[in-house]
Design a binder for this molecule. Structure first.
Ligand code: GGG
Length: 355
């Protein structure tokens, strides 16, 4: 779906590298966009702060200024990666979770597809995870009390009809653009019959909502318990086309799906709302390899392409994507996660050369 309703003279892109390898892969995404030259409007990149290191330096993980500039000055954005500490750090809260909510980027769209080694061979995996981005356990309402059995912790899981409906509609819209036009609803409503039950029924009901007028008649719908979906994802990934899931399941499924195509370093995403998009590689900040110039930049570069496509610059997006596919297919310039010896910067320059 395209947000380009008006011809633009320029495109202002907020750049939020955040932590770890986010800082190493985002310049690659910028270079790929710049390589498109005059085929897209003049681009202006605005550097913005967020992340755990930002929190350590300034006391806040998501400065108000970052959100204000995104809302008031930018057309879209690219986010790198953050990996919040697993322990509770007083005053710290995940900036990416907050950003998605503050910008109402309610859908995280994560296409996972394999690149065939032989030109023209059909990709064996081609699916897209449509992850609800604002609710579920990610509302982060957690409590800790002391009861008869010692420390007791609880987390609230929010699933609303409103959010389930709009993510469902997004999934159906995406399905319409794809050859197979098939949606699988992921849930666990045999156990969580109230929350996941609402998600499942609401998404299922999207095609029959008032005003749909048979728009989604051509889309087939299936549903699957999340545990069995993970099993089938590994056994027979080709059965999936569009997988729509609540926030946590969507997060887990898309990382699992990334294993099927060779590396988490290849899988892009775009956080989409009705009036803003933010590209973001699915991977985290990978502190173990940060600073070594070996992080795979392809997920970030593909995320830039997704962002451009969402904006209506489909040709530019396709040029970037096909350059990335060529680099993967050729197999000469790959980072270590794909079994290669190339550096991040070397892979970026090979992609740029092919755009
Ligand atoms: N680019 C995706 C990313 O940063 N993933 C790691 C993640 O989801 N982290 C959540 C957090 O650290 O708050």
């Amino acid at each position: 779906r395209s947000m380009a309703t008006v011809a633009r003279k320029s495109l202002k892109i907020g750049m939020i590298p955040a932590d770890g390898i986010g800082r190493e892969v985002l310049p690659g995404a910028k270079a790929a966009i710049q390589a498109l030259g005059s085929s897209i409007p003049t681009t202006e990149f605005i550097d913005l702060q967020a992340g755990f290191e930002c929190f350590q330096k300034t006391g806040t993980a998501l400065p108000d200024e970052t959100v204000e500039v995104l809302k008031n000055e930018c057309d879209c954005a690219l986010f790198g990666a953050v990996s919040s500490p697993s322990r509770k750090v007083f005053g710290y809260s995940s900036p990416i979770v907050a950003l998605r909510k503050k910008m109402d980027l309610y859908a995280n769209i994560r296409p996972v597809s394999s690149v065939a080694p032989i030109p023209n061979e059909q990709p064996t995996i081609d699916l897209v995870v449509v992850r609800e981005n604002t609710e579920c356990l990610y509302i982060k309402e957690e409590t800790q009390t002391v009861g008869e059995r010692g420390i007791e912790t609880r987390a609230t899981r929010l699933i609303t009809e409103y959010a389930s409906r709009r993510i469902g509609e997004m999934a159906f819209k995406i399905a319409l653009t794809r050859p197979r036009k098939h949606v699988t609803i992921i849930h666990k409503s045999n156990v969580l019959s109230v929350t996941d039950g609402l998600f499942r029924e609401t998404v299922r009901g999207v095609p029959t909502l008032p005003g749909m007028n048979g728009k989604y008649d051509g889309v087939t719908v299936a549903e699957q318990l999340v545990d069995s979906a993970v099993y089938r994802l590994f056994r027979e990934p080709h059965i999936y086309d569009v997988m729509v899931a609540p926030n946590l399941y969507g997060d887990i499924i898309s990382d699992a799906a990334a294993a099927l195509v060779g590396s988490l370093g290849l899988v892009p995403s775009v956080n989409a709302g009705d009036s803003f998009v933010m590209g973001e590689p699915v991977h985290g900040s990978a502190p173990d390899i940060a600073g070594k110039d070996i992080a795979n930049p392809l997920a970030a570069i593909r995320s830039a392409a997704l962002m451009l496509r969402q904006f209506g610059y489909g040709n530019g997006a396709a040029r970037i994507e096909s350059a990335v596919d060529d680099v993967i297919r050729e197999g000469r310039y790959l980072t270590p996660d794909l079994g290669g010896k190339s550096s991040t910067s070397e892979v970026v320059s090979q992609v740029v050369k092919r755009i």
